[in-house]
Design a protein around this ligand. Sequence first.
Ligand code: ZN
Length: 407
Amino acid sequence: MRIDRKRLEQTIEELGRVGATERGGLTRLALSDEDRRGRDLMVEWMRQAGLRVSVDQMGNIFGERPGQPGHPPVMLGSHVDSVPTGGKYDGQLGVLCALETIRTLNDHRVSTRHPVTLVIFTNEEGARFQPAMLASGVMAGKIALEDAYNARDKDGLRLVDELERIGYLGPEPCVPRPLRAYLELHIEQGPVLEEEGLAVGVVEGIVAIAWSRLTLHGVQDHAGPTPMRIRHDALVAAAEVVSGVRGIAREIGGDLVTTVGNLTVAPNIVNAIPGRVTLSIDMRDPKDATLDRALPMLDRVVRQACEREGVTYQLEHYWRVPSTPFDREVVDAVERAARAAGARHRRIRSGAGHDAQYMAAIGPAGMVFVPSRDGRSHCEEEFTPLEDIEHGANTLLGAALALAGQP
Ligand SMILES: [Zn+2]
């Protein structure tokens, strides 16, 4: 049994037109009018495929293809929201390959012991409402429904009001449900598969993440009359921290990645010595133990940089996500399915967060990666060749069928 490549290609094109940008990308922010149109199209396709469609309190959409009574479903899904001027593969490929899997089961009149349910998660990107993966977080019981409802976008609009406005404030409780397995196909968003000429990544888990926030307090003063010897420049200390953060990854090596991605300088004018700087530090590694080693090194880097410049600081390690290993049975099922689909593949770790991370707290979860051209994503240039998508979709189909079982 194989998926219909032509049909899959058509749905990618058609959904990709909702919120399309001139340069081949997509802007479909969560709970915007474009998101509503994308959802409406998916629901139409899901109904045509004979699925029983329901919506929960967070606007997550479920489409169930029944199995035998009393068996929890195999869920296949991802998200249809995007970042501003993002691409038409991130998220929607997972949802469309799930739909194609179900259409293929229908074509071949295959019945399964466990139901196969397509799920579309609300606000995965976190581009409009923070944090990211908000709705799967609520479903997993990791984020309170009230907090999610009160999340506001930059114009002050509340998530719950926007859910209602676009008609996706559903009645079903957003709580953990019995689950045979959760499977998500997604673009890699990194260069590994493309570099190695592979079509499919069998995802073993998601990296551990640590976020820190640093505020440096120097002495704001005039850039002219203040001699160099009496300066306490918050930005000079920050610059040392930026290269020190890179140094931590160099020293520990392996798979550790470290990033300073956000920096705010005050007063940020040409003729004043910066008095205050805030910056973010993002560190990720497959192993929690590596971050346990890296965080004290960060403390040291900051302390030394500040001592040298004579500035004071506050450093908060405010968010930590442990490494999420995926379920061994699911990972093995994905690997066998990739082999059976004739897809060149390897095992891989995800460096980015996905809804599968929260779903892994509810039941057995796993992911299928397909390559990203030049490793790029969250941009209009995002692209995955159709042959690789086809291999990925056939892998998803095979793994879903193996996990759903025959009556
Ligand atoms: Zn995504």
